[in-house]
Write a protein that binds this ligand. Structure first.
Ligand SMILES: Cc1cc2nc3c(=O)[nH]c(=O)nc-3n(C[C@H](O)[C@H](O)[C@H](O)COP(=O)(O)O)c2cc1C
Length: 217
């Protein structure tokens, strides 16, 4: 966070950085608005502005939520990466719908996104995997995410095993690892305002475009 933001936030109990949401025009684009807000979150200097709470549910409605990192956002959707054997992946494979929530406290902003979920292509996952540091790529091979781990030394043994299996820079994408893309059907922007009279602007996907409406706070 810049010094200016720190001072302004402290002096105004967090309200000084809040700006109201304009009325949405008919052709307003929530992906563009998300990108603007995400850029502002990155510029504010907060740690991991790309972190988001990801909610999934089993087919019989048992919910589950955990943090993941947004790695890409565009008109196609919101992409994160994970282990395809994990609890979240089991949920998503059986019930391919998800919701994510971002909270950028210093900006008094929240964004909620929900939609249907699909796996990214192998090529797309490979392209992203190549950008990860070697340690993270080895870690992806070593971790049987969400399965019981008898003790820490077992994980360390597996890390060593894969370091020896892939001694060079080349660490391929594990077959059980890759991305998911959330194709949004609803995106809600929440801007904190004075006296809890917050702005909420929600966009619904409709007929290839978006319909927006305001909600009471
Ligand atoms: C800030 C933060 C970011 C995280 N990012 C990811 C991520 O991008 N992908 C992932 O698989 N787990 C990530 N994790 C770990 C998950 O929260 C979770 O522990 C793990 O994915 C297993 O979840 P599951 O058992 O529900 O599948 C992150 C955790 C934190 C705290």
């Amino acid at each position: 966070m810049s010094l200016k933001h720190v001072v302004k936030t402290a002096l105004t109990l967090g309200q000084g950085v809040a700006k109201g949401l304009p009325e949405a025009a008919d052709d307003a684009d929530p992906i563009e608005l998300f990108k603007e807000w995400f850029q502002a979150a990155q510029d504010s200097g907060i740690l991991l502005p790309e972190s988001m709470a990801l909610a999934t549910a089993t087919p019989d409605g048992e919910p589950s939520v955990r943090m993941v990192l947004l790695k890409k956002v565009d008109r196609e959707g919101f992409v994160f990466y994970t282990n395809y054997g994990s609890k979240k992946a089991h949920d998503l494979d059986a019930n391919p719908r998800a919701a994510v929530c971002f909270h950028w406290a210093v900006l008094q902003r929240q964004v909620r996104v929900s939609g249907s979920v699909e796996r990214t292509s192998r090529e797309e996952s490979e392209a992203y995997f190549r950008t990860r540091p070697r340690g993270s790529r080895i870690g992806a091979w070593a971790s049987r995410q969400s399965e019981p781990l008898p003790d820490r030394s077992e994980l360390e043994r597996r890390v060593k095993e894969y370091q020896e299996r892939f001694p060079g820079e080349e660490v391929p994408l594990p077959p059980f690892w890759g991305g998911y893309r959330i194709r949004p059907v609803r995106i809600e922007f929440w801007q904190g305002r004075a006296d809890r009279l917050h702005d909420r602007l929600v966009f619904h996907a409709e007929g290839g475009g978006w319909r927006s409406e305001r909600l009471y706070p």
